[in-house]
Write a protein that binds this ligand. Structure first.
Ligand code: ATP
Length: 367
């Protein structure tokens, strides 16, 4: 069994009386050695959560527990956490080595030990050769790596990263993703990572907490979050999604992972199949189908749902279609190698394997 490193217990932050809480009775357990992404749109409470864990801000209510010890009232410098914040700049007048040594000085680590630890930390981020440079002589990615080394050098109990890649260009972000992930694996540092970028979260995290309005909508593995979203919000926020309402009819079998296969009836369009949790028969639910999981054939074909192509977009590798099926405008994405490019106004038939359509467990909310 893996140990729980960090527990957030009904953690709440209300900035001002009368305002809705920025973080609202948030519960979460982070396992030792995991990288957990806090993911959500702007203003959902990610940074507020991280700042409370760091000790930079007092919670209004709730508890923060690390290794079984309640640290809610422990001051920031006694928490032993490493932080890389977006606005947490390097000291411009100090060279790289001195920047990295800073936390060790504060902890009054012996000079000779400092030199060794700084060298190790810089080797870890592959910057040993730039130890005597100043921050302004480094690229953005190198600066981020120095910030990471500075956070890691104190062997933090927890590593807290707030959008550490946000100032980098697209290419460097990708490289740094891989680097941070491999450094995190090597050190085994339990890490909380704030991002609003779903690709970053899917790519890097062991677990993702999808936040919305101060609450966690879903906590799970990247595959859970993408393939089995529990709510419409999560389905829509992560990746491209077709979401439509359907009546869930009788169960017609069992999927490969033990889920129930249902017949679904999409009003005014037709019937198809989708999988979901047990016991959804007879309910109205939202169904999710990812655009690249939809198969499409030209013309009206038997056994599928036939509609009209409203739009075609060609981006080299991919062909995107918008296909009108009654009230639903279905987005479809295929490889260009799949066939000829159809024209707008043509008829097309779509279908999907039952396992590629998911009935959300969340009840359809009344309009
Ligand atoms: P972003 O991705 O934009 O950084 P976030 O998810 O990190 O957003 P927070 O910064 O945690 O969100 O903010 C959560 C909510 O709290 C927002 O509605 C924000 O306006 C509000 N908020 C943040 N800081 C304060 C403050 N000092 N006083 C009052 N309200 C605040």
């Amino acid at each position: 069994m893996t140990a729980v490193k960090l527990t957030l217990d009904r953690l709440t932050k209300q900035y001002r009386a009368g305002l809705a809480p920025a973080v609202d009775r948030l519960d979460m357990e982070v396992e030792e050695g995991h990288l957990v992404a806090l993911l959500g749109p702007s203003g959902c409470g990610k940074t507020t959560t991280l700042r409370m864990v760091a000790g930079l801000m007092d919670p209004t209510a709730g508890r923060i527990v690390v290794d079984g010890r309640d640290i809610t009232a422990t001051p920031v410098h006694e928490r032993g956490m490493g932080m890389v914040f977006q606005s947490y700049a390097l000291f411009p007048h100090m060279d790289v080595a001195a920047n990295v040594a800073f936390g060790l000085q504060m902890r009054r680590v012996a000079k000779s030990k400092q030199t060794e630890l700084v060298r190790n930390a810089l080797d870890m981020v592959k910057l040993g050769h730039l130890a005597s440079r100043h921050p302004k002589e480094l690229s953005g990615g190198q600066q981020q790596r120095v910030a990471l080394a500075r956070a890691l050098v104190v062997e933090p109990t927890l590593l807290l990263l707030d959008e550490p890649l946000s100032n980098l260009d697209a290419k460097l972000r990708e490289t740094m993703r891989t680097e941070i992930r491999s450094i995190q694996r090597r050190t085994g540092a339990t890490t909380l990572f704030v991002t609003h970028d779903q690709d970053e979260a899917l790519d890097m995290a062991d677990r993702i907490a999808v936040m919305n309005g101060g609450l966690i909508e879903q906590f799970g593995t990247p595959a859970d979050i993408y393939e089995r979203p529990r709510t419409r919000f999560v389905a829509d926020f992560i990746g491209r999604a077709n979401l439509f309402e359907a009546s869930v009819a009788a169960a017609s079998g069992t999927g490969s992972k033990g889920e129930t296969v249902y017949r679904i009836d999409v009003p005014g369009i037709g019937t198809s199949e989708a999988i979901g949790e047990a016991g959804l028969e007879g309910s109205q639910r939202t169904v999710l189908v990812r655009p690249h999981r939809v198969q499409v054939e030209l013309g009206a074909q038997p056994g599928g749902l036939t509609g009209t192509i409203e739009n075609v977009s060609y981006t080299g590798d991919a062909l995107g279609y918008s296909i009108r099926l009654g009230d639903v405008l279905l987005q479809v994405e295929r490889h260009t190698a799949d066939g000829t490019i159809p024209a707008r106004g043509e008829q097309a038939t779509v279908r999907w394997a039952a396992e590629d359509a998911y009935v959300l467990p969340e009840e359809v909310r009344a309009p």
